[in-house]
Design a protein around this ligand. Structure first.
Ligand code: AMP
Length: 378
C-alpha cells in the first residue's frame, strides 16, 4: 500500500536511465526521496545519481515485478514500455502518469485521435497502413507532407519528407516499423512548447511558453519565454491545460506546438514526462520541471511554475557538443550541465548550458548568439 503524500525517504521508481531520469532523481533527492532506476544500460546517467538500479530489459516480467515491489510509486522518463509491462507494474504499485496516458502518447495515431477528440488542433493527418493508402492520403492532404512511423520515433528518427510524388516509394520502403501516419507539412513561423504539471487533486502549474529551435531535427536552443504575441501565448497555455485535463494526467506533460504563418497554434506531439525544452527551468525557476514532476507523482503540493529569470538553453550534442565543454566551464555566466554519458556519439545529448537574463531582458535574434558566445557555434 502506498500512502500519499509520500513521506521523506520513500522510494520513487523511475523507468528509463537517461538524462531526464538523472535530473528527476537529483530533484527527488533534494526533496528527501530515493530513486530506483529501471534501465537496460549498465552505466546510465540516472543510475549514477540514484539509490538503486535494476538493470534489465523493459519487458522481463520477473525484473518488472521485483522493481515494482521495491518502490512506492512508479514514473517514467522513457515511454516505450509494452502494454503488458505497464499493466504488470500498475498491478503492484501506483503508476503516475497512468498506463492509459502512456498508451496514447506511444502511438501518433492514438495521440492525434485523442487530441482532435478533445478539440485540440493538429496538422491535418491520415493513417497509412498500406502503400495504396499512402497514395490516397497524399491525394487528400497534398504535398509537401511528412510521413512518420506511428511508434518509436524521436528526434526526427522515423520520419521522411515527401516533396514530389516520386518520393513516396522510397519513404514507404524506408520507414519501419509500420503502420505509418501522413501529416500535412506546416510551414511554421515558430516552434513552441509548454510544460505543465498536474497533481492528483487536479491542481495545475504551467511553465511559461518557450520557443524551440531545432538543428538536424534535434532541439538545439530554447528561448524562455517565447517571443510570441499575447494571443498565441494564451492559445498555447489553454491547449496545454486542456490536454493535461482531458488526459486526467498526474505528473508532467510537455506539449510541442507549431505556430503557423497566420498565428494559429497546432499541436505536433505530447510527452507525459520531463522534456528537453524544460531544462531551462532548473536554473531560471524556483521549482524546476523535475521538481514539479516529483512533487506531482509524490502527492506533494504544487508551487506555481513561475520564473525568476529569462533564459537561453543550448544542448551540447555529440562530439561537437563535448568539444564545447571546456568553454562552457570557463565562460562566466554560463551554467553547465553534463549527463555522465561515457561515449559522445553523433546526435547524442551529452549535456546542456543555460544563460540567465533579468526578466524581460531576453536578447533578440543577434543577441542570443552573442549571449552564448563561443558556445553559439556548436
Ligand atoms: P517530431 O519527431 O514529430 O517531433 O518532429 C521533429 C521535427 O520535424 C519537428 O520539431 C519539426 O521541426 C519537424 N516536423 C515534424 N512534423 C512536421 C510537420 N507536419 N510540418 C512541418 N514540420 C514538421
Amino acid at each position: 500500500m502506498t500512502n500519499f503524500p509520500l513521506p521523506p525517504n520513500a522510494t520513487i521508481g523511475l523507468v528509463g536511465g537517461g538524462q531526464l531520469g538523472r535530473m528527476s532523481a537529483l530533484a527527488a533527492a533534494r526533496l528527501g526521496y530515493r530513486c530506483h532506476i529501471l534501465t537496460r544500460e549498465t552505466d546510465s546517467p540516472a543510475a549514477q545519481v540514484s539509490h538503486a538500479v535494476t538493470i534489465s530489459d523493459y519487458s522481463d516480467p520477473v525484473s518488472l515485478r521485483a522493481f515494482a515491489n521495491a518502490v512506492d510509486v512508479i514514473s517514467f522518463e522513457f515511454e516505450n514500455v509494452s502494454a503488458e509491462g505497464l499493466d504488470l507494474l500498475a498491478s503492484i504499485r501506483p503508476v503516475r502518469p497512468a498506463p492509459s496516458v502512456l498508451r496514447i502518447s506511444q502511438d501518433r495515431v492514438d495521440e492525434k485521435t485523442f487530441l482532435n477528440g478533445a478539440g485540440v488542433p493538429t496538422a491535418p493527418w491520415a493513417p497509412v497502413t498500406s502503400r495504396g493508402e499512402l497514395t490516397e492520403a497524399v491525394h487528400r492532404l497534398g504535398l509537401p507532407a511528412v510521413l512518420k512511423t506511428t511508434r518509436l520515433g524521436y528526434d526526427g528518427k522515423g520520419q521522411a519528407m515527401l516533396r514530389v510524388p516520386e518520393d513516396l516509394d522510397a519513404a514507404w520502403e524506408q520507414l519501419d516499423p509500420k503502420p505509418l501516419v501522413l501529416e500535412g507539412f506546416i510551414n511554421f513561423a515558430q516552434e513552441i512548447s509548454v510544460v505543465v504539471a498536474r497533481g492528483a487533486d487536479g491542481s495545475v502549474s504551467s511553465f511559461d511558453t518557450v520557443e524551440n529551435r531545432h538543428r538536424d531535427h534535434i532541439l538545439d536552443v530554447t528561448l524562455a519565454p517565447a517571443r510570441i504575441s499575447q494571443a498565441v501565448d494564451q492559445a498555447a497555455q489553454a491547449i496545454a491545460r486542456r490536454v493535461v485535463e482531458a488526459l486526467d494526467l498526474i505528473g508532467l506533460l510537455a506539449v510541442e506546438m507549431f505556430v503557423d504563418s497566420s498565428g494559429k497554434v497546432l499541436v505536433n506531439e505530447i510527452a507525459p514526462r520531463p522534456h528537453n525544452s524544460g531544462h531551462w527551468t532548473i536554473d531560471a525557476c524556483p521549482a524546476s520541471q523535475f521538481e514539479l514532476h516529483i512533487r506531482a507523482i509524490a502527492g506533494l503540493p504544487l508551487p506555481p511554475a513561475t520564473r525568476h529569470s529569462d533564459a537561453v538553453m543550448k544542448n551540447l550534442i555529440g562530439p561537437e557538443g563535448m568539444a564545447l565543454w571546456p568553454a562552457a566551464l570557463a565562460e562566466p555566466g554560463i551554467i553547465p550541465h553534463l549527463y555522465g554519458k561515457a561515449a559522445a556519439l553523433p546526435g547524442r545529448k551529452m549535456g546542456h548550458v543555460t544563460r540567465l537574463f533579468p526578466r524581460g531582458a531576453l536578447p533578440g535574434e543577434f543577441g542570443v548568439d552573442a549571449a552564448l558566445g563561443v558556445l553559439a557555434k556548436g
